[in-house]
Design a protein around this ligand. Sequence first.
Ligand SMILES: Nc1ncnc2c1ncn2[C@@H]1O[C@H](COP(=O)(O)OP(=O)(O)OP(=O)(O)O)[C@@H](O)[C@H]1O
Ligand SMILES: Nc1nc2c(ncn2[C@@H]2O[C@H](COP(=O)(O)O)[C@@H](O)[C@H]2O)c(=O)[nH]1
Length: 212
Amino acid sequence: MQQNTLTEYPGNLYVVAAPSGAGKSSLVKALMEVDAGVKASISHTTRAPRGQEVDGREYFFVDNATFDTMVANQDFLEWAQVHGNRYGTSRQAVEQRLSEGGDVLLEIDYQGALQIKQIFPHAVLVFVLPPSWEELRSRLQRRGEDSAETIEQRLVNAEQEMAQAAKFDFVIINELFERALFDLKSIVHAQRLKYAAQSRSRATVFSALHII
Ligand SMILES: Nc1ncnc2c1ncn2[C@@H]1O[C@H](COP(=O)(O)OP(=O)(O)OP(=O)(O)O)[C@@H](O)[C@H]1O
Ligand SMILES: Nc1nc2c(ncn2[C@@H]2O[C@H](COP(=O)(O)O)[C@@H](O)[C@H]2O)c(=O)[nH]1
């Protein structure tokens, strides 16, 4: 099987980070509806589930002791403390899919994203910005999932998070949703073409370009 020259795995790895409420979950969900080739990894978290969240769908919800054990066993590719809870990316699930040639998308915070870039230098890091502070606040409020206190904490954290945007490969502004989705789709498509272009096989390149 053809191997990505920048890694031992043939699949592409994308990381999407953003301050809470910027719209990254909405964008990632919409991307996966139109691109079956990309699968989002399901993280483990010590956070309590929100209203409609289901264990094993949005997250694997675990207690602190379980998370500690997973850290000790090196079950996470990366993990971080975010907004007072811990979140981690399963090493086994991601490496298995990448090794099978599937693309993986991680929707994680900037600390995790920068850890991933150390391990997988070829990973494509995308940072999603809201159009303004007012809109960020109002999206968190309109979502109606978090207490006023949680929203304030997330807005305070957003300042520090947004200062990291320049370390990412791409920055998207999520003002008009369809425009931001187009930008994300283009980044994913361009990475696939770059990978295909590394192949010596012309058929592989043309297939990625949908020419044949
Ligand atoms: N372009 C947009 N215009 C207006 N509202 C949007 C836009 N994108 C997302 N939203 C809305 O903003 C709210 C926050 O979006 P979402 O939950 O996707 O954010 P998030 O970045 O994943 O947040 P978190 O990190 O807290 O999970 C949701 O109610 C979503 O419907
Ligand atoms: N470093 C990691 N960050 C993660 C992971 N999974 C999610 N996250 C980020 O946490 C915050 C809060 O998420 P929420 O669902 O509680 O709103 C957000 O920035 C997520 O992207 C992970 O595995 N590692």
